[in-house]
Design a binder for this molecule. Structure first.
Ligand SMILES: C[S@@+](CC[C@H](N)C(=O)[O-])C[C@H]1O[C@@H](n2cnc3c(N)ncnc32)[C@H](O)[C@@H]1O
Length: 308
């Protein structure tokens, strides 16, 4: 059984509460939390627990995180069957548009317009339905990258299309999106076995199983990841700590002048992560801010700069 807490509230409150719960600024055992746009002006807040939280602790935590505004919000608690809560939650989620990508569930397949790239992700316990600002930030950066790659492909001599590495793939959303946009080969790793299973299923359903290889790996530690290095495009949407910890690993597998897209960062954390990568010869190309979350696009040093 799973316990679900929902409430309608203003966007600022819903995102603040969901972010604080996901950041761990509390003692509650939250499995997932999110804020989703509804009919204006409401946003729907959701928090998922494996077991119902203690009522007193929930109220005190929300009061501490939201202040007096919490008193005006009516939270609904219910227990849902563990086998179908995921599907129920996806039914509530509208498709998400980021760049040319539209991440959607099967029930919204018809909403993808002809000039858009649909990425169908089924509801699952893995992270990556496109509704989080970090996934959306990475999708925007990927879209810009894919457009640039197409333009330089048209101008220059035929180059082998770069292989992508997706570290912390979750549902596989970013690798699937890139494979669909640029027909490139991708290796996608996650240190969570269930995410690996789900990403493989999603890649198959999207018709890109032949392009996306999914492996269970922490960081770049897998023979299949090392074998295909260096990569022209590396994406990692994990958190600040792991991103800094694996900066050396990611630098080692990124091709000179290759693109590195990093997310999972609150805006104030982006500088520290940037510093760790600038020290390894990367330069910042852009920073995408969505709400409180940052996505960084970095470019690896040229071969000359690496030698010097
Ligand atoms: C925030 S989710 C991102 C999912 C997806 N890439 C997206 O953008 O929506 C982070 C994922 O990274 C995985 N992860 C966290 N640390 C990792 C690490 N050091 N190596 C590999 N995977 C990791 C988690 O299991 C989770 O599935």
């Amino acid at each position: 059984m799973t316990h679900l807490v929902t409430a309608l509230m203003a966007e600022a409150l819903a995102t603040k509460l969901a972010d604080a719960l996901m950041e761990g600024e509390h003692h509650l055992d939250v499995a997932a939390a999110g804020a989703f746009e509804q009919a204006p002006p409401d946003w729907r807040f959701e928090a998922w627990f494996e077991a119902a939280p203690d009522g007193g602790e929930w109220t005190a935590t929300v009061r501490r995180l939201l202040g007096p505004a919490a008193d005006d919000v009516r939270f609904e608690h219910r227990t849902v069957d563990g086998t179908d809560w995921v599907a129920k939650s996806l039914d509530d989620l509208p498709p998400v548009r980021a760049g040319r990508f539209v991440v959607h569930g099967a029930h919204d397949r018809a909403k993808v317009r002809p000039n858009e790239i649909g990425v169908e992700i089924e509801a699952s316990m893995a992270f990556g339905t496109g509704h989080h600002a970090t996934t959306a930030g990475c999708l925007r950066a990927l879209d810009l990258w894919a457009k640039r790659a197409r333009a330089s492909h048209r101008k220059g001599p035929r180059r082998r299309s770069p292989v992508m590495l997706d570290v912390g793939t979750g549902t596989g959303v970013l690798a699937i999106a890139a494979a669909k946009a640029a027909r490139l080969r991708a290796v996608a790793g996650d240190n969570d076995r269930e995410a690996v299973r789900i990403a493989r299923e999603n890649a198959k359903a999207a018709g890109v199983a032949g392009l996306v290889t999914v492996v269970e790996a922490a960081g770049t530690r897998h023979a299949a990841i090392r074998a295909r290095a260096p990569y022209g495009l590396v994406v990692a949407n994990i958190l600040m700590g792991p991103l800094i910890a694996i900066a050396g690993e990611l630098a080692a597998v990124t091709r000179p002048r290759g693109t590195l897209i990093l997310s999972g960062l609150l805006a104030w954390q982006a500088r520290a992560v940037e510093a760790a990568y600038l020290a390894r010869g990367f330069r910042r190309v852009r920073r995408i801010l969505i709400g409180d979350w940052a996505t960084l696009e970095l470019s690896a040093a040229s071969p000359q700069a690496r030698r010097g």
